[in-house]
Design a protein. Sequence first.
Length: 458
Amino acid sequence: MKIIILGAGQVGTSAAASLSREDNDITVVDLDAMKLRELQDRLDLRTVQGFGSYPSVLERAGAQDADLLVALTNNDETNMTACQVAYALYKTPKRIARVRAREYLDHPDLFGDQAVPIDVLISPEQIVTEHIQRLIEYPGALQVLDFADGRVRMVAVRTYADGPLVGHQLSELRRHMPSDVDTRVAAVYRRDKPIIPEGDTVIEAGDEVFFIAARNDIRTVMRELRRLGEPAKRIVIAGGGNIGQALAKALENRYYVKLIERDREHARRIAEGLEKAIVLVGDCADEDLLREENIDQTDVYCALTNDDEANILSSLLGKRMGAGKVMTLINRPAYVDLVEASAIDIAISPQQVTIGALLTHVRRGDLVRVHSLRRGAAEAIEAVAHGDSRSSKVVGRTIQDIELPPGTTIGGIVRGEQVLMAHHDLQVEAGDHLLLFVVDKRCIGDIENLFQPSPTFL
């Protein structure tokens, strides 16, 4: 696929790195020549220097025969204009744009072929906000991924020595749970190495376990893997940027929320847009401020400023002073490993959270949702089965008879409103949504081929 990416910022660079490894023809456009040189030195792609919405720049980037335009600059208007130009002048088949301002997002009628011709809107701030909300909803979870419009979820937890299942085989998991609750372990990581889960796999303390269950059964399953903490009540958010504001607004009616913002005027504007949350003016790394606001009684502390160093220092301080769970927004990939080896509970990378929304629209086959995991090395995918037993490699076959690439597991199937765990004798039907965990991203092409019906299927 020929793809043009506008913007060599953090999100654009992550998208280019991910897509260039998958046999795509990538061209990146940006005004910064140094950023483009650095990209070209480490990735197999073309670069074009220039203003991304100019017709002459898009033409040099190859818009006339591109399959996809992904506009990821930091300017909403540039992204929207680029999609308009690509559609009007070059008939680029698919256009994806990053749009951050709520003034635009609150008016969906603006977007479409009869208005601003954007096929897919990407709002990293909104995606990250929803990601943090799910983590707060499930204390102890490292990741919570939605599939099938939220009817089923994949959750990652780290097991502890006091977990009921630790030291036992996975086959024993169902015996401990109510008869109407079913689950499937999709992957296990032990000391950062994947283990393909089998019935006789023994769970050890410190394992990172990815399991799939219906949304209403998640807490029941989590109790078998680790001791659950009390539901969160008190949330402190450091940083009043787009993510901090959106999170405070989303949480204020269910939790006791405080938001710390350094700039007094900006804090006043934030407070005017909130109903119940308390907005404090101050430095999130101020020990006296955190003590005055009872950080030791805080259930979740979220450091969401635009400064990685400030987030890390504030999080470490909050944790040392007694905050229950600490989440830290990290933009620089190099910092993620450092943070995960520290006292900070969860490092949130906006690029990795966002990249799945892009990958969903790049994949071949009917892959309706993609989540990028393990810093891009693995993926969780929701794929739709089409065809019949003659034209499809999955329809009409039981789970055990499907020829999956090495390291790939099927965790569950959504059939209409039913959520079915992928036990070996379950047969796939046309229209089923299969939930897969792919340990090795190099196998993605095989997954795409698996879910493409033969040319004889109409």
